[in-house]
Every structure is written in structure tokens, then in C-alpha cells.
Design a protein around this ligand. Structure first.
Ligand code: PHE
Length: 345
């Protein structure tokens, strides 16, 4: 009987050892230690043993049973641990894999031009101002020395919403609005924004475009201040070697008025297709603020003076980036827009 028990134990230990799943292990437990298992049978057969043998055998069976139970528990823990390990490995994330690429856009070329100009003027102590795109006739024209019926109104054909309200044709109304708000105080602002004109769209005209207005008012502001400021602008936008030249012009809100040309950045002034063989490219209109404009806004034109300028943002961007059609800026063609990606600073 002892022999039989030893053999059973060996068998059971071998099957426990070989078990690869918790289910298999449980089958072994039931098979050997269960109520219908061989060990229980052995215990039942104990009655047939002699009085001396009985306790000896009883102890032996108990030892075997305890041993098997211990080995089963240990194996069960090992299998559970292995199962957890396997699951962890299955669910682990390989963080060394490259992530899904996100397409990064870039700033619109007009935004870039405006931000560059803003940076320059903010560095010179200017504030950035804003004004409404739907504007009163008063600010768009009258406060700028363009009373009703003035022939120079024809220079800027407008979209009227009513007799007195229109889509602003330039950013100059922000001049009048700022002067009114500052009530005689000195001013140094630039104002970028959308403007609208009743023009037929073609390669160089658009019914909607962008301007950047500049206005400086204070004691003893002179034409030479205007010239120095615009020279810094030309150099910043087109390169340190650029020169500017002023040509007499007319705007009702400035006197004297000038058109400002910059020496051609492509040929350096020798003459090429960009500057139409003249060596110069017109970039903006400017002048000294007209005394009537100062007076209407409550400034004493005998005490203070100022200059103003208006830059076309599209024109600067077209020249700077070699764009041949203004309409490219508005059609949202990614083939056009993505070309400004690499040079992004
Ligand atoms: N507002 C003018 C235009 O749109 C430009 C300008 C602005 C001229 C300021 C002089 C001073 O044509």
C-alpha cells in the first residue's frame, strides 16, 4: 500500500509539473485529491489495516496529501503569474513606433507680410489699431477732407449699404477715428485690415484686398520723419540695399502727398520685367496729414503736425514672393499656399 501511495504521488507530481493551464491543473487536483480520487479510496481502505499500521499509513497519506496540495498551490500561482505576464506583453505598446503624421499648415502669405510690418512698427513704438469694415461715409470720406460731391471720391468707387454707410474703401477712416478718440493726444499707430472697392477682378485688382494704414501725430512731425520711416520699411521688407524715392501725388487728406517707390529688389535698379525697366516699383501712398483733417478731429493744426501712409498688403506680398496674380491669395489653393511653407521663419 505504501508502494502504491508513492507511485500515486509520483504520477500526480509529474502531471502537475506538465500542466500548462489552470484548468488542466484543476483537473489534476480533482483526479488525485477529489472525493472519488485514489487517495480517498486509499483512506477508505484503511479499515482493513492492522491497528499498528493504521496510524502510520494515516500519517503517510496526510503527508502526501499536504505535499500535493502545496505543489498544486505553488504551480497555480506560477501559472497565474505567467498568464498576467502574457497578457501584459500582448497589450504592451511599442512606443518606438513613429506616430501618425499630422499635417501642419503655415501662415497665409498676406498674414506673414502684415505680421512682419507689424513687428517693425511695434519695435518703433507704434500701437496696432482697428476699425470697422462697414463704415460711415463720414469717416471714410468726409472726415478725410472729401465732402459729399468731391470729385476725388471717384478715385475709390464703393459698395454702399445706405446713403451714409458703405464698405470702407481704405483703412484711412481709422485715422479719423483714432484722432477723435485720442482727443488731441500724440498718436503713433498702424492699422491692418480689409478694404473694398467696386473694381472688376483681374490679375492686379480685387474688389476686396488688404491695406496697412500708418498715422503719426505730434509736435514737429516732419516730412523727413515720414521719409526715414518708409526707408526703414522698404529695407525691412525688400533688403538692406533698397532705396526709396518720393514722387508728388494727390490725396485729399494729405498735403503734400507722395507716391513712394522702392528700388527694384530683382535687378537692383538696372531695369527688368518686375520694375517694367524703370528700376523702381511703386509700393504705397503717403503724405503730411492735411490741416483740415487735423482740425475736423479736434487737433490744432498750428501746434501739431503728422504724417500718414497706406500700404497695399497684396502688392508687397506679390513683389516679395513673385506672385503674378492677386487672385491666388483668395482662392485657397493648397498648391499655392503650401509654397510658403519652407521659408516660414
Ligand atoms: N488711403 C489711400 C488709398 O487707399 C492711401 C493713403 C493713406 C494715402 C494715407 C496717404 C495717406 O489710396
Amino acid at each position: 500500500m505504501e508502494q502504491q501511495l508513492k507511485q500515486l504521488e509520483q504520477e500526480a507530481l509529474a502531471r502537475i509539473e506538465a500542466a500548462v493551464s489552470l484548468k488542466e491543473l484543476n483537473d489534476v487536483r480533482v483526479a488525485y485529491l477529489g472525493k472519488k480520487g485514489p487517495i480517498t479510496d486509499l483512506l477508505k481502505g484503511m479499515g482493513k489495516l492492522s491497528a499498528e499500521e493504521r496510524p502510520k499509513m494515516g500519517a503517510l497519506v496526510n503527508t502526501v496529501r499536504e505535499n500535493l496540495t502545496d505543489v498544486l498551490t505553488a504551480k497555480s500561482a506560477a501559472l497565474e503569474e505567467a498568464a498576467i505576464q502574457e497578457q501584459l506583453e500582448k497589450e504592451s505598446i511599442d512606443v518606438t513606433l513613429p506616430g501618425a503624421k499630422v499635417q501642419i499648415g503655415n501662415r497665409h502669405p498676406l498674414t506673414r507680410v502684415i505680421e512682419e510690418i507689424e513687428d517693425l512698427f511695434v519695435s518703433m513704438g507704434y500701437e496696432i489699431a482697428e476699425g470697422p469694415e462697414v463704415e460711415k461715409d463720414y469717416y471714410n470720406f468726409e472726415a478725410l477732407n472729401l465732402p459729399k460731391g468731391h470729385p476725388a471720391r471717384d478715385m475709390q468707387d464703393s459698395f454702399y449699404i445706405s446713403e451714409e454707410i458703405l464698405l470702407r474703401t481704405h483703412t484711412s477712416p481709422v485715422q479719423a477715428r483714432t484722432m477723435e478718440a485720442k482727443k488731441g493726444e500724440p498718436i503713433r499707430i498702424i492699422c491692418p485690415g480689409k478694404v473694398f472697392r467696386r473694381d472688376t477682378d483681374d490679375a492686379t485688382h480685387s474688389h476686396q484686398f488688404m491695406q496697412i494704414e500708418g498715422l503719426v501725430i505730434g509736435d514737429n512731425i516732419r516730412m523727413s520723419d515720414l521719409k526715414g520711416t518708409l526707408d526703414a520699411l522698404a529695407k525691412k521688407m525688400f533688403g538692406a540695399e533698397r532705396e526709396i524715392r518720393l514722387r508728388p501725388s494727390f490725396f485729399p487728406f494729405t498735403e503734400p502727398s507722395v507716391e513712394v517707390d522702392v528700388s527694384c529688389h530683382k535687378c537692383g535698379g538696372a531695369g527688368c520685367n518686375v520694375c517694367k525697366k524703370t528700376g523702381w516699383i511703386e509700393i504705397l501712398g503717403a503724405g503730411m496729414v492735411h490741416p483740415n483733417v487735423l482740425e475736423m478731429a479736434g487737433y490744432d493744426s498750428k501746434k501739431v503736425s503728422g504724417f500718414a501712409f497706406g500700404i497695399g498688403a497684396e502688392r508687397i506680398a506679390m513683389l516679395k514672393y513673385g506672385v503674378d496674380d492677386i487672385r491666388h491669395f483668395y482662392t485657397n489653393d493648397v498648391r499655392f499656399l503650401s509654397q510658403f511653407h519652407r521659408s516660414e521663419g
